[in-house]
Structure formats: structure tokens, C-alpha cells
Design a protein around this ligand. Sequence first.
Ligand code: THU
Length: 358
Amino acid sequence: MITAILFDMDGVLIDSEEYIAEAAIAYFRSLKVEVQAADFLPFVGAGEDRYIGGVAEKYGVKLDLEQAKLDTYAIYEKLITGKEGALPGVKRFLANAHTAGVSMAVATSADKRKMEINLAVMGLDPTWFTVLINGRDIERKKPFPDIYQKAARDLNKVPADCIVFEDATNGVEAAKAAGMLCGAITTSFSTQQLRNEGADFIISGLDEFPDFSTLEEFNSLLVRFMAREEATKVRLHAYTPYSHFCVGAAIVSTKGNIYRGCNVENSSYGATICAERSAVMQGVAAEGDFKVAMVVVVSDDDPPAPPCALCLQVLAEFATKKTMVYLYDLQGRCEAYTFQDLLPHPFIFPTQRERLKG
Ligand code: THU
């Protein structure tokens, strides 16, 4: 059960990249040095010492780095105040997580001053974060796991209790090295780049989370996002030389395991096996006493494709009326049904009719 969230800040809670670049350019201009936004790109996410120090080195400017940072932050604060708020959905998500009793920490490589400015600009209730960690508190930066390990320790949590929200590949690497679950957000890197680092699921922002009010609901949403990620990945393995219609399915068992399946077609068309049935077979083979807790299907269709009647009939052996079935398209649009919505009248052998209750 996940009971703690560790947030990276820039790119997850707020998108301040543009403002810090503008502030740093203005700072160098005050020294009569004209630098370009592109000069900073190699140093994004490496902490402010490198961000400003790296560009100073490039232009042969000698700086008192501490003073340079303070001056840059003063410009940054003026630029960003009243302009950039929290990213869409952040306030709602944090309010939900607070109500659900999730422990929360901010763990950023940015300097303390920038973290404080950002928290003020976003207008978040600072008491919701039990722990605030900035770049100064940590020797070895991301991709080392140190910052997330410290955040978990300070919250009195073990890695298995924690999920990290990150937008940078370095950060995903840090979270996974810390043995934590990681939800990646596509503010700064592509889905593929974040997937390559081992993110457990990928969303465009915290606004993708529907409302939740308990730890159970929060954990069920995390499982749904992870199942969607698995279905999305396995869909790419579909064998579809005839229809070219690729489907990925992920079935979560009541034991909490995720089983994946893709459609596999055949020259003799009727021998084709759908993604959903393929996933069911994996689950039965792995667990024996198999029960379905959740079904997620990913297809490139509008609306996203539901399981066909054959697959529903097979699922009826292992699901209940209330088992949730989530259908996603490739853009992340979702339709949600109960199993009963999709197959109100399955055929169940007379001696087995107790099973589909619940
Ligand atoms: N397909 C599935 O994998 N799941 C469904 O529930 C609907 C159909 C596959 C079978 C076939 O390979 C292709 O989609 C076109 O029918």
C-alpha cells in the first residue's frame, strides 16, 4: 500500500524553466554579458550551481556563485510572481491526497530559495508537505537515489510505501534506484525516454488523476495507471499481419498481480486470439486460483475498443458483476464500465452461478 508521495518540483508541480532562464539571461545582462537561452540547456536539472556556473565558464565570466544565485533568484521572483501558478490539476490532486491521509514531501535539486519562491507562487498550503528537501540537503544529486531515500527516511517510510512523481529521466532513474514506484510526467521528456528509465506509468500531468478521498482509492488509481502502462507496452507486441489492429490488455488479479496479453492473429482467421483472452490465460497459468480485480484494454480506436463478446464470456468465469473494465485509447482518453455493463447476461453453467455475484 502506497502511503507517501515524494514530489520533484519543477516540471511536476510548476513549470518554471522559462522564467529561470529569463532571469539568468537578465542576470548576465546586468554584468554586460549577452547569453542565449540555449546556453543553459546542457545544465537543466543539474542544480543551480551548474546552471549559472556552467554558462559563466562558457563565457569566461568569473563569479561569486552564491551572490550570483541570490541575484538571479531576486529577478526570478519578480518575473514569476503573479504569472506561473501550479501546473493544471496540482492543487486538486494535493487536496485529494491530503484528505486521503497520504504523507507528502517535496524533494528538489533546486536551491532552497528557489523552492521557497515556487511554493509561494503556487499558493499551496505548505503544511501539506511534512518534509521539504532541496539541493543543499543532498551531496550526490539525481540520478543517485539519495534525495528520495532521505525524503522517505524523514517521513518515517520505507521505499515500498512511496511513490515518486518525476518529469526528468535523471529523476526517474533516482526513484527506481531507491526501490520506489515512479509515476513520470511528460512536461520535459518524451514518453519513450521516461519509459526507457523504467517509469511505472506515464501521465501528461497530475490532472490525469480523477478525484479520490481514501488511501484505497488512491492505490487503486495507481494500479490502474500501471495496468494501462503494461497494456500499452504489450500492445506493441501484437501480431496483426491481417487486421493491423493492435490491442493490449492488462488484467489485475485479486492477488495484485498484473497479467498482460496482446492479440495474435492467424492465417486461419478464426484461430486468432484476442488480447483479453490471452491475458486471462496468463493469469490462470500463473495463479491457478485466479480472480480478476480490474481489466484495462488499450487500442487505437474511437471510442476505445471494448472486449469482444467471446472475451467477455471468458472473463465471466473469473470476474464479478462489479469488476471494473477501463478502456483507453492511445491519447489516454478513458471509458469506464462495470463488467455487468458490458455483459449483463453471461452464460454461466448451472452449478457455477454463485460465482458472478458481488
Ligand atoms: N481484438 C482483440 O484483441 N480484442 C477484442 O476484444 C476485439 C478484437 C483483436 C482481434 C483481431 O486480431 C483484431 O482485434 C481485429 O479483430
